[in-house]
Design a protein around this ligand. Structure first.
Ligand code: ADP
Ligand code: ZN
Ligand code: ZN
Length: 679
């Protein structure tokens, strides 16, 4: 009879591991190993847990110890390195280990039956089949690209690098050629290498996936993102875990994948807010990736035309090496000219100034594409009654119901509430309700009336609800079936539109005066990214010079001057100086305690208690305040911001604080976020 005690973590909010007994009379059965999954009963449920310790002794009495029900031997154990990564994330973000480690695993792996796993493993063999490998054109790198690719491929040890390259400078090509070198050096069974490439939103960058598959026909490529069906997800995860997939392309969640032979991490568009998980475990995939690279002592590349200020700060201080690509890669493709159109002088019609209308006409006449960027979906953000002042407030949130005309609905973008558009004012009966403001649907309607012959396509979250529809829409733009593309931030990212020579930016001013201190950093990045969609191919004979027109009421604003000059350097340095003066990140470390309840007082009362429950020398406790959007779906929300000039200081306090917070009796639901971005 063999026997031992397994220390197991489970996906529960309880911050501890649990002891279970394992025993067998079968002499051939192996003793379970750390990193293996086990089936067991917990309370009245049957669940899958993860072994984090194997010992011979437990403090729980023999009579109370429960036996595990089965060990998942088919799956090779998760490595200590992977457990350490989860352990770090758990500690840093103040969550129980089980809540970090288990939800990151494919659902099928956590399912109680093993059928899915045996299925998964079988199908994996099919992924191995070399696919049809028609040769592809590999561009000759320009000298700046070549230097960057060489520097990345030859880096050893923990070498964080910022690849700072203007839009269209060919950063992707640099990643791919560096990856090629690393894979070539580390070939064969004894020294295989895996490369993790993170992108903000995989569904919006299928070009990259296609590119990678074509370029690496002999290498297994796995993709990891939330759009995969469970079976697929399991297969790709296993391919990574077993070390068979050599290139792993994924969104933020892929940072927690098991990658036993990881040799290089690439984070494309590292500034993108999508790298921050905004619910549950609110982690930054970028920060975890950097930690992971340090743990494994491997290089990491962070690429962007508009790096986050955190990354820029590290590059300035020399902690990260900075590699620069100053020019567009395609011969004779140049950055577009950016011009401001003063809306006070050139009054817009249907949201469009006469300057922008003329520019659109010119593109239509020349058969070139235009992009109009308006970061507000729906028809109008609110409808109102002139007679009595009624406005379409959401009854459950501190927000307006947005008019969605094609869908004949009023929709709240914050809770799921949907109503039919009222035929008359609910208060006074006036039948003449007015839409106020303009969203993408209204812009589309106006453009179609103005240019009946033009092919107008709108791409936003509403037009692309069906799975795969975004892809179809982008394909038709690439095929040249669209003259004017209207879009929200969905169209700003990464796309390599070849025939686009005009970008119109419709309503960026609101972000200039936001209370959020990150708003100008984000707006700048967004404008540079969307501007970067223009002029990506060489100017055609008789074709237009590529240009970006920004409609604004504040043409004097320094942010716009920086955009015109394509001058990220100075703008970023100025923002950093401001942040330093104002004691804001990255010069200070923050955590945010959120609380929500049916009544605001309950949430505030909890936060007040939290603010005083523990001695906090060295920590700045701000006052608990209601969130800007206080009510969402009939729940009131409040927050307490705490700050500290030292990261370890903040960490130490948070650990002690969490222990005390867990003992507070309250009806409020609360959660802690470390390094919050929306405050
Ligand atoms: P970025 O990611 O920096 O915005 P991309 O990687 O999308 O830029 O590259 C922009 C365009 O330049 C793509 O069409 C790409 O195929 C092309 N390109 C990249 N490198 C080269 C090169 N060395 N020579 C010619 N074209 C290139
Ligand atoms: Zn009314
Ligand atoms: Zn609502």
């Amino acid at each position: 009879m063999k026997q031992c005690i397994l220390q197991v973590v489970l996906d529960t909010p309880l911050d501890s591991s649990f002891d279970y007994r394992w025993q067998t009379t079968n002499d051939d059965e192996l003793i379970p190993h750390i990193g293996q999954l086990v089936r067991l009963s917990f309370g009245r449920r049957e669940v899958v847990g993860l072994i984090v310790g194997v010992t011979s002794h437990s403090n729980i009495s023999e009579a109370k110890l429960k036996d595990v029900q089965g060990v998942r031997y088919q799956l090779p154990p998760l490595s200590t390195q992977w457990l350490n990564l989860c352990g770090f994330a758990a500690q840093y973000y103040q969550r129980p280990l089980g809540e970090v480690a288990l939800p990151g695993l494919p659902k099928n792996l956590r399912a109680l039956t093993t059928v899915a796993l045996d299925r998964g493993l079988k199908k994996l063999r099919q992924m191995n089949d070399p696919h049809d490998a028609s040769p592809v054109d590999v561009p000759q790198l320009n000298p700046a690209q070549q230097d960057a690719a060489d520097a990345i491929a030859s880096a050893t040890g923990f070498a964080p690098t910022l690849l700072y390259g203007v839009t269209g400078s060919g950063k992707t090509e640099v990643y791919l050629q560096a990856a090629e070198k690393i894979l070539a050096h580390n070939d064969g069974e004894h020294n295989p290498a895996q490369i993790l490439i993170l992108v903000p939103e995989i569904n919006l960058t299928p070009q990259l996936e296609g590119n990678i598959r074509a370029r690496f026909p002999n290498v297994m490529v796995a993709t990891l993102h939330s759009g995969l069906a469970e079976g697929e997800r399991m297969r790709h995860w296993l391919a990574a875990h077993l070390g068979q997939a050599r290139i792993i392309l994924g969104t933020r969640l892929a940072v927690l994948a098991s990658l036993p032979h990881l040799q290089l991490i690439v984070i494309d568009e590292e500034h993108d807010p999508s790298y921050k998980q905004q619910e549950g475990l609110r982690y930054s995939a970028r920060d975890l990736a950097v930690w992971r690279a340090r743990q494994l002592n491997i290089p990491i590349v962070l690429g962007s035309a508009t790096p986050s200020l955190e990354t820029w700060h590290h590059a300035q201080s020399g902690r990260y090496r900075k590699l620069e690509l100053r020019q567009r890669a395609v011969t004779n493709a140049v950055l577009p000219t950016v011009r401001l159109v003063n809306m006070e002088h050139d009054k817009p019609r249907e949201g469009l100034t006469s300057t922008l209308i003329s520019a659109l006409k010119l593109r239509l006449a020349r058969g070139e594409q235009s992009l109009l960027f308006l970061n507000r979906r729906g028809y109008a953000p609110v409808i109102a009654c002139d007679a009595c002042g009624w406005v379409s407030n959401c009854t459950r949130c501190t927000a307006f119901m947005v008019l969605h005309k094609p869908e004949h609905r009023l929709r709240c973008h914050h809770c799921s509430l949907e109503l039919r558009i009222p035929g008359s004012c609910p208060t006074c009966g006036n039948v003449d309700l007015q839409p106020l403001g303009r969203g993408t649907q209204r812009l589309e309607e106006g453009l179609q009336a103005m240019f009946p012959e033009a092919r107008v396509l709108r791409i936003d979250a509403d037009s692309t609800r069906r799975k795969g529809s975004a892809q179809l829409a982008f394909d038709s733009v690439h095929r040249g079936e669209v003259d004017i593309l209207i879009g929200t931030q969905m169209v700003a990212k990464g796309h390599d539109f070849k025939n686009l020579t005009l970008v119109g930016i419709l309503n960026p001013d609101t972000a200039l005066f936001s209370h959020d201190y990150r708003a100008s950093e984000r707006l700048f990045a967004q404008l540079m990214q969307v501007a970067g969609r223009a002029g990506r191919a060489a100017q055609k004979e008789g074709g237009s010079v590529s240009e970006v027109l920004i409609q604004t009421r504040y043409p004097q604003h320094p942010l716009y001057s920086a955009v015109i000059a394509h001058d990220y350097d100075h703008f970023a340095s100025a923002l950093l100086a401001e942040r330093q003066q104002a004691h804001l990140p990255p010069y200070i470390y923050q955590a945010l305690l959120r609380a929500e309840a049916k009544e605001l007082e309950t949430a505030i009362a909890f936060l007040q208690q939290a603010a005083t429950c523990l001695e906090h020398g060295g920590i700045t406790m701000n006052d608990p305040i209601p969130m800007t959007m206080t009510r969402v779906a009939n729940v009131d929300r409040a927050q307490l911001l705490i700050e500290c000039p030292s990261r370890p200081g903040l960490q130490a306090f948070l650990t002690d604080w969490m222990a005390v917070l867990r003992t507070i009796k309250t009806r409020a639901k609360w959660s802690l976020e470390v390094d919050p971005v929306d405050i």
